[in-house]
Design a protein around this ligand. Structure first.
Ligand code: ADP
Length: 269
């Protein structure tokens, strides 16, 4: 894979044997990064070779979610010749913008062209080796990154994350539409933060329900094949705590309903 001299190539473009899955959402805080981390850990646990490219410049949380920022500071990648060697957490190779900035505030300046260059460089200069899956954690919304991904990874499949709330689902539709305009295929929709089941067996739908159905319906209009809701993940204390501790719940508590939903998703995609 090392190509001394000569221009470096992006090994994940058209013709690659790696499935490239871009995880996107219309807005922040819907659990996109939490899902990306757990999905990656689940796929790796199944025996797949998995990498994550964390391009969420505004909220790079993947290193912490994957146990690679124990004291709040993201692990630093090492170098091999002119390649960047990604740190490994829970058997997943991880590269993140958070590994290259001094502090979170530095990220504010990362816009447009710089972001595009960084993603391009992550694709060409990071030594992932052969992967079965490369998951991309994209910044929420539409724009530069979606266009860059469309140009560099037109083969990417897009997983759209929303909550049940219309405020999240309306913008998620737009993120899906832009992804499609840049040539990517919609893999499906995930509804996160579904009803929280209480000890007495009752449930509260804190973030509403049905957002993913709306997104799937809207993104299916005019398509040959309907876009499907691939998973519904409930609100889960364990999922949140596992994230804070850097221990994906899919590994530590697979019986938790949220973990179960994500492990199932990893089996069907
Ligand atoms: P995004 O990447 O969309 O901005 P995050 O993955 O950072 O969202 O999640 C936002 C917050 O919500 C985090 O604190 C995370 O732990 C929490 N969270 C995500 N999904 C769930 C869930 N199903 N149940 C409980 N907390 C969740």
């Amino acid at each position: 894979h090392l190509r001394p001299g000569g221009p470096k190539q992006n090994p994940f473009g058209p013709g690659t044997l790696t499935r490239v899955i871009a995880v996107t959402s219309g807005k922040g805080g819907v659990g996109k990064s939490t899902l990306t981390a757990n999905l990656a850990a689940s796929l790796a646990h199944q025996g797949f070779r998995v990498g994550i490219l964390d391009a969420d410049v505004y909220g790079f949380s993947i290193p912490a979610l994957m146990g690679l920022a124990p004291d709040g500071v993201a692990a630093k990648p090492t170098r091999l010749d002119d390649m960047i060697v990604p740190p490994v957490g829970h058997d997943v190779k991880v590269i993140s913008i958070g590994m290259f900035v001094e502090n979170a505030n530095a990220a504010v300046a990362w816009r447009g062209p710089m972001l595009q260059r960084t993603i391009t460089q992550f694709l060409t200069d990071v030594y992932f080796g052969d992967l079965d899956f490369l998951l991309l954690d994209l910044p929420p919304g539409t724009g530069d990154v979606a266009i860059t991904v469309g140009q560099q990874l037109p083969n990417a499949e897009v997983l759209v994350v929303t909550t049940g709330q219309s405020a999240a689902s309306e913008v998620a539709v737009r993120a899906g539409v832009v992804a499609r305009q840049t040539g990517q295929r919609i893999l499906g929709v995930v509804e996160n933060m579904g009803p929280l089941v209480l000890q007495d067996g009752s449930a509260i739908a804190l973030f509403g329900q049905g957002g993913a159905d709306t997104v799937a319906h809207e993104l299916s209009i005019g398509q040959d094949k309907a876009v499907e809701v691939l998973a519904r993940i409930p609100l889960s204390l364990g999922l949140r705590e596992g994230g804070d501790q850097g221990t994906p719940i899919v590994l530590s508590h697979p019986a938790d309903p949220a973990a179960h939903a994500i492990n199932e998703l990893a089996r069907v995609i």
